[in-house]
Ligand binder design. Structure first.
Ligand code: AMP
Length: 214
C-alpha cells in the first residue's frame, strides 16, 4: 500500500503515520525526519536544509525531490510506504506523479487530515519528540510517564525548534499558501480521503482504517 498523509503542521500526520506503519507493516517515510537526521549529523544536506527549517520555510523542491527519488525508486525500493510531509508543493506532487508513471506504479490513497487551527497550534506547542526513536508525545493528551524521558527507549524528549510559537505561525501560513492546493490536486485525481482529525490518535486511526478498508 502506498499512501500520502497530507495536512497542516500539528494535525497529527506523524502520529497517524506511526500507527499505520504498525498496522500495515510498511515504513513511514518522513522528509522532516530525514532532514532533521541530516542536520544532527551536520551532513551537506543538513547544512542546506537548516536555514529554511529553522524559519519554518520549505526546503527547495530540487533538494527534496532528489532525496525522495533516492528513497522511493533507488536501489532497494520499498513495496509500500506512508509518505509523511511529502509532497508539500504542486511542483513536488507533479514530479512524484511523473516518477510513478515512469515506474508504472501508482499511489493508493491520499489522506487529507483536517482540524481546527486553534487545536493545531495547541498540539504543536505541547509536542515533544524523542531524540532517539522519534516517538511523538503531547504534554496534554499523551504525556510521557517520566517527565522528559521517552517511555519506549528512555531517550531524551525535546521540543523541536520549529515548534516554538513564532515559527508555528509561519509554518501554518506556508502550509496554506504552498501545500493546501494539493488537496484539490489529489481530489481531481480521485484518490483523496478527507479525515476529521480532531479526535484522539486512536479515534482518527480508526476513521482512517475504516475508510481504507471500505
Ligand atoms: P515536518 O517534520 O514534516 O513538519 O517538516 C519540518 C520541516 O522540514 C518543514 O517545515 C520544512 O522546512 C522541511 N520539510 C519537510 N518536508 C518537506 C517537503 N516535502 N518540502 C519542503 N520542505 C520540507
Amino acid at each position: 500500500m502506498k499512501l500520502i498523509l497530507l495536512g497542516p503542521p500539528g494535525v497529527g500526520k506523524g502520529t497517524q503515520a506511526q500507527l499505520l506503519s504498525n498496522e500495515y507493516n510498511i515504513p513511514q517515510i518522513s522528509t522532516g525526519d530525514i532532514l532533521r537526521g541530516a542536520i544532527q549529523r551536520s551532513s551537506e544536506l543538513g547544512r542546506k536544509a537548516n536555514d529554511f527549517m529553522s524559519k519554518g520555510e520549505l526546503v527547495p523542491d530540487d533538494i527534496i525531490l532528489g532525496l525522495i527519488q533516492d528513497k522511493l525508486f533507488g536501489e532497494k525500493p520499498p513495496n509500500g510506504y506512508i509518505l509523511d510531509g511529502f509532497p508539500r508543493t504542486i511542483v513536488q506532487a507533479k514530479a512524484l506523479k511523473t516518477m510513478f508513471e515512469e515506474h508504472h506504479d501508482a499511489l493508493d490513497a491520499v489522506l487529507s487530515l483536517e482540524a481546527d487551527e486553534k487545536l493545531i497550534v495547541k498540539r504543536l506547542s505541547s509536542r515533544r519528540t524523542c531524540r532517539n526513536c522519534k516517538t511523538v508525545y503531547n504534554l496534554i493528551t499523551k504525556p510521557p510517564v517520566v517527565d522528559g524521558v521517552c517511555d519506549t527507549c528512555s531517550g531524551e524528549l525535546y521540543q523541536r525548534d520549529d515548534d516554538k510559537i513564532d515559527t508555528i505561525q509561519n509554518r501554518i501560513a506556508v502550509y496554506k499558501k504552498q501545500t493546501e492546493p494539493l488537496i484539490d490536486f489529489y481530489r481531481a485525481a480521485g484518490i483523496l480521503f478527507a479525515i476529521n482529525s480532531s479526535g484522539s490518535p486512536e479515534e482518527v486511526h480508526n476513521i482512517i482504517t475504516s475508510q481504507l478498508e471500505d
